[in-house]
Each structure stands twice: as structure tokens, then as C-alpha cells.
Design a protein around this ligand. Sequence first.
Ligand code: EPU
Length: 451
Amino acid sequence: MTTVADAKPFHWEYRPEAVARELFRVEGGQPLEGTVTISGAKNAALKLFAAATLTGERCRLTNVPEIEDVRVMADTLRDLGIVVDHPADNVYEIASGDVEWLFVPLEAAAKMRASFILLGPLLARFGRVIISNPGGDRIGRRPVDLHVEAMRALGAEIDYRNGYYFARSPGRLRGGTVRFPFVSVMGTENAMLAATLAEGKTVIQPAAQEPEVDDLIEFLQSMGASVQRTKPDTIEILGQKRLRGADHQVVPDRIETGTFIVAAAVTGGKITLNNAPCDHLGAFLDTVGRVGVDVSCHGDTIEVDGSGLRDGGYKACDIETAPYPGLATDLQPPTAVLLSQANGTSRVHEAVFEDRLEWLTEIRRMGASVEVLDPNHATIDGPSQLVGTEVEIGDLRAGASLILAALAAKGTTTIHGAHHVHRGYENIERKFRDLGASISRTAEGTADTSS
Ligand code: EPU
């Protein structure tokens, strides 16, 4: 029998598209001054797009960040036959009435692991989907076993062949208990999306507590879903036969916010952040406060005064990442840059991911005194005078953090692999330039193309 998946390349046939390589060139040493407006959160927006496939009616999302991952998600949905309109900057409309193709290919998964969030909603609404495994050797070890087990707990049958999950549900999914061995953000979201159209009640525990999960709950509720967070780590869903279209404004990006707070702190600058989610940054603000950065919140405005840097007043601080409400793993790289400017030895424990300290070798090349003890632990001795040099971005958050290090450094830093940063930060170089930074983005091997 020929399946839909046979028509598309399998893992061994896949050739990644050539990426247009870009670099940032940063002239450091300038204290940042001014006001920056924070964009909508990447890790909320991507899941809201997936949620919109739960209904045939039109959904409208505003405050969507204009970033590469959103474009990949929009194109992935269009490839399925879903209408995705982009009537204005930061506004997307999604109409999933006619879906022609219940197949999410490796092309999507290789570009963006978050494409796996389509498993739950497509399976729940259409009863079947074939979806590429975003893990595996080709694109790094990032398992999705918790997502798959969650679908099975809701009655789905799932086989794994040739790099693809073949998922089906003979009738509606059945509500049930989804018990995770540890917290998973997208695992929680996939289970929750699937359960909104299942028959009966689903309980998810432990459920992730990230603000982006609550943003998704809010959108699902306005689509008519019965979803409640009944305890901090428990989400209960009563499945509905159908959901309706809804409008939603994406929650502001707490990781982008943290990135700009560190930018002011390590340049000794003074900036105001608008549309900033102060309430979602408790553990991070506690850390930067202990370091000695002056940060104050007024509604959705945050003021950062980094003059403590010039007074030599930043203090070392031990940090450990954890699921929310702990210190976000996505803020570990920016925080490490801050610690490189603090007096004394700071210990860093990356407890969520195994491969998130490797980038520290790049700031070591810029003069930071860093020792990586094992894949999860490092020490940083500060303060170090960072010095511009050539560095390479390995992933999105490390990339943004190398910009921070370059802004704090003496001289010029050339950062290769700039395209990674555009996966998750809207107009990052323009936002930094508006704060007085000297930063340009250039295609590798060509003259400056930024304006
Ligand atoms: N894990 C498994 N099996 C699974 C799923 C996860 O073992 O089936 C492990 C992971 O390998 C990791 C831990 O569980 O060690 C937690 O991962 P989680 O599932 O919570 O991460 P995620 O949902 O895949 C999201 C964000 C990440 C962010 C993490 C943690 C999106 C699209 N991604 O990933 O964001 O770091 O939660 O907060 O929401 C980023 O934006 O740069 C980014 C990587």
C-alpha cells in the first residue's frame, strides 16, 4: 500500500536546504540608552498557530513576532492546505477548514523542532497524522517520547517507521490521565491540545507552568475549550466536539526581555523596556538583583540601570536552571554573560538540557574566564575585560548572548551564524541600534546589507 509519506523524502533521502549564512559585526563598549519594545513570545506564538488547526473557523493572532520560526510554522501549515494570511505586520489569520495533507515532513522538523506540536491537534481533529521525528542523529538528540506516550494515554495508536510517527485514532481520542515522569513544556502543550477534542476528561500532571502554556490555555478557552489549571502543576480538560475561531494577542516574550535587561547591565547603560512581562521573570529578576543590577518594574514597563558595572559593584552569584517558576534555561546564556562581569566565582548548573553549556567556549575566546566542568556544570570567574574577536553561533539563545558579550567587549566582534538569531528575535540588530549600539548584519563574504 502506498502511503502519503511515500511521496515525500524519508530521512536518508533528505538534504537540508542551503542556508544563507550571515554575520553580525559589533563594535563594543557603548553603554546602551533609550527605550525598547518587547515583541510577542516565540514559544507562545508557535503553539497558538498549532491550536488554530483545532477548528475550521478563522483565528486571528496579534502581537506575533516577525521571526523565522513563525515563518517556518506558517509555511508548514500552508503545505497542509491551511490558509495562513498575514494581513499586517505582527498579525496572522489562520483558517483550517480544508486540510489536504496530514503529513508533516522532515523538511519542517529539521528547520524547527517545534513542528512536532502539530501532532496533538491534527490527530485530535482529523484522526490521523504522519509526522517526522525531530530528534535523531541528523539534527541532534532531543527526544519526543513524552509526547508520544501522552497521545497513547489518550487512546491513539502510534507506530514509528523510517523516521516518521504514524499516528491514528479510530474514533475520537479518549480523555485520560497523562502522567509525565518530569515536566515538559511542549509535552504538556501537545497533550492539552489533543485533549480539547477528546471524549471525556483529561488530567495532565505534572503540567508545565510556563507563562506561554497559560497563554495557550487562554486562547483555547476563547475557542470554547474547557481547560483549567486546577493546581499549579495540574491541568484538567473536558473535551468538546468542536471548537470555534477566536482572536488572541500573544503574550510578551520574557526571554527577549531578559536579554535586553542583561544588555543594559553589561554595557553599564540605562534602558526602559515597554510591553515587558515583569510578572513572568521572578527567578531571573531575583538573580540579577543579587548580582547588583538595579531593575524596577512599573506595570508592563521595566527600567534597568547598569551603572553598578562602572562602580565595580556586580557580585558573583550561583545559578541553577529549572522549569518555571525556576530560572529559565533560555536565560542561562544571557545570565552567564552578566556573571562574566561580576566580582568573584559564579557556579552555573544547567539542569534542563545537556548541551547548553558548549557555547561558553565562544565567550572564553573573547576573554571570559570560564571552566566547563561537565555537560551540566561550569564556573565563571569575573570580572573579565571581554575583547572583540571572531566567534560562531551554535543556536539561538547562545547567539543572542554572544551579541551581549560583544556589546560589552572592547573592539570589534564578528559573530558568524547570525541567521540562528533571527529564528527567535524580531529585528534584534535594529532594536540594539535604536539603543545606540553599533551592530550590523551582513551576508557572509559580502559588504554590509543592514540599513
Ligand atoms: N524531554 C524528553 N522527552 C520528551 C520531551 C522532552 O526527554 O519527549 C526532555 C528534554 O530533552 C529536556 C527536558 O525534557 O531535557 C525538558 O524539555 P521540554 O520538553 O520542557 O522542552 P521543549 O518543550 O522541547 C521548550 C522551548 C525551549 C525551552 C524549553 C524549556 C518551545 C518551542 N521550546 O522546549 O525553548 O528551552 O521548553 O523551557 O517552546 C528556545 O526558545 O530557544 C528553546 C529551546
